[in-house]
Design a binder for this molecule. Structure first.
Ligand code: SF4
Ligand code: SF4
Length: 113
């Protein structure tokens, strides 16, 4: 299946790389990606609350990683994806992140409404 492809102003095709998740174990909560994103995709959340959301999710693999890393309730803030569908795939978040936290992927045309 063909990836969804955009065009530059000059008509050159480019493939948007949409954010799919943040690797929370690396995040230091600096807020750079939040500031640079023009689409309100992110929000800061307490690490403890994020852990609670894993408890209530079906994402067992991420929960296991979290437990193995031994994170404790330290009151730290981490960035999370709250509005994935508004992402335009510009990758600005990755360019400013000092910890390489963001995971991106193209979407196929059948996934675009
Ligand atoms: S790729 Fe662009 S639009 Fe998407 S989350 Fe990152 S900065 Fe925001
Ligand atoms: S730029 Fe990276 S380290 Fe900073 S808040 Fe965003 S994901 Fe976390």
């Amino acid at each position: 299946m063909e990836p969804f492809t955009g065009l530059t102003r000059g008509g050159t095709p480019w493939i948007p790389q949409f954010v799919t998740r943040i690797i929370h174990e690396r995040c230091i909560g600096c807020g750079r990606c939040y500031k640079v994103c023009s689409r309100n995709v992110f929000d800061l959340i307490e690490r403890e609350k994020l852990q609670d959301s894993f408890d209530n999710s079906e994402n067992d693999e991420e929960m296991e990683d979290w437990e193995e890393d031994g994170f404790e309730d330290d009151g730290a803030m981490v960035m999370t994806v709250v509005n994935m569908d508004d992402c335009i795939g510009c990758e600005s978040c990755s360019k400013v992140c000092p910890k390489k936290c963001h995971v991106h992927a193209p979407v196929t045309r059948d996934k675009v409404a």
